[in-house]
Design a protein around this ligand. Structure first.
Ligand SMILES: Cc1ncc(COP(=O)(O)O)c(C=O)c1O
Length: 408
């Protein structure tokens, strides 16, 4: 394995459980205690090295925040053009719910059509720099598509395991990008077991959520972008569809880093983890005031991105919810499908079911009073709606018949 691929600002990797320091110059998965590792930076040095104006003058993509990422100067960035994603205001939603401002951050515009590209671009760049030749991942679908694309671009072999009922577009996309891909007749945890069990024989690097430290770092760029787009302030509440929870963890991490270097001040947003009533282990733990998550038994939801019955980072997500004065909330599948169709038709914005789940949650929480009328709300649409099934369009016309326009 190669050494010294980290940015000079990285000081060490820290065990999220024990705080034990781990060296930064080798490729690590979990900590010695078997917990996720967190990348730590010399924030004083980082803050002294760049300022907001320097960032503002750079191209509008995730690499404008490179100092906040672990990649050292000698690391080749494996990129497919990770553009800044837009904040799209949704006036019909604001009016309907009676909320001052609702912005959807549309992550469906990224390469491979989802927010997963951010973490994958970062993790694959690091893996390549460390000399990794093979990577494996269990996935609800989008992370697998991201890995397949970035690994192919990096010349790394990828192995992807996804639940059998993963939407067709995403499953096909994974294989089309050149991964060796399998549908597994189980859930993402079953896929994760196949990856873990195969590590010794196959010699692959395990890129399971939070089993390596760099995907989280890439996800920080969502928080950085959000802060910059809000003029280096932050919204009052952030709704995020939560499965493994990497994004909530990554965003919260960077908000604290930004606060520490003085780029933002004031209260940080309430972070809201949106899950399903058919798989909501984080919400259940939060409502019980628990510090850790119990595995969810009977998984009934078809909202694929949030279908993670036993998230490895559950404890870390709960910490974010408690620290931010946020909460967890669970929604029904039927309401999600209705809302997705309505927003697509009324706003012209094609959100994915996971993004729609956040809007359902926002509506519930506005009614329940946990979101106020004056709140500035940011909702993450984590993937392009085009990746999920839509109702078929079945009406046809016979070109040789007279068209009866009165029936239109
Ligand atoms: C579209 C979509 N939204 C949300 C999530 C959940 O993200 P996380 O695992 O970071 O909580 C996923 C994960 O697969 C996803 O594919």
């Amino acid at each position: 394995m190669k050494k010294i691929v980290h940015s000079a600002f990285v000081t060490h990797l820290e065990c999220s459980e024990t705080g034990e320091h781990h060296p930064k110059d080798t490729l690590l998965g979990l900590s010695k205690a078997g917990a996720p590792l967190i990348v730590r930076y010399d924030l004083d040095a980082l803050g002294a090295a760049i300022d907001k104006e320097t960032v503002a003058a750079r191209p509008p993509d995730m690499w404008r925040y490179r100092e906040f990422l672990p990649l050292g100067p000698d690391v080749e960035v494996i990129s497919l053009g990770e553009n800044t994603t837009p904040l799209v205001r949704v006036p019909t939603v604001e009016k309907r719910l009676g909320v001052a401002e609702v912005m959807i951050k549309d992550e469906g515009r990224l390469p491979t059509g989802s927010f997963k590209g951010r973490g994958m671009a970062t993790a694959v760049s690091m893996a390549k720099a460390f000399g990794v030749k093979r990577i494996a991942i269990p996935t609800a679908g989008n992370a697998g598509a991201g890995l397949a694309a970035y690994a192919s671009r990096a010349g790394i072999e990828s192995f992807v395991f996804t639940p059998a009922d993963t939407p067709e577009v995403t499953a096909s996309e994974i294989a089309f990008h050149g991964a060796k891909a399998w549908r597994v007749d189980g859930l993402v945890g079953d896929c994760a077991k196949i990856v873990a069990d195969g590590t010794e024989e196959m010699g692959w690097f395990d890129l399971t959520t939070l089993k390596e430290p760099y995907r989280v770092e890439g996800k920080k760029t969502m928080g950085l972008e959000l802060a910059e787009q809000y003029g280096w302030t932050l919204p009052d509440v952030i709704f995020f569809p939560t499965g493994g929870g990497v994004c909530l963890i990554g965003m919260w991490k960077v908000f604290e880093e930004l606060k520490q270097i003085g780029w933002i001040d004031g209260p940080l947003p309430k972070m809201v983890a949106v899950q399903s009533t058919g798989c909501g282990p984080i919400v259940e733990a939060f409502n019980a005031g628990a510090r850790d998550v119990e595995p969810w038994g009977d998984v009934t939801t078809e909202i694929h991105g949030v279908r993670v019955p036993n998230p490895l980072g559950g404890k870390m997500v709960l910490e974010v919810l408690y620290e931010s004065n946020g909460f967890g909330t669970a929604v029904d599948d039927d309401a999600v499908h209705e809302t997705r169709a309505r927003v697509c038709a009324e706003e012209g914005l094609h959100i994915c079911p996971e993004g729609a789940a956040c809007l359902v949650a926002l509506e519930m929480e506005r009614e329940a009073g946990r979101v106020g009328q004056q709140d500035r709300v940011a909702v993450f649409n984590t993937a392009s709606g085009l990746k999920s099934p839509m109702p078929p369009m079945t009406r046809g016309l016979d070109k040789d018949q007279v068209v009866d326009y009165s029936t239109f």
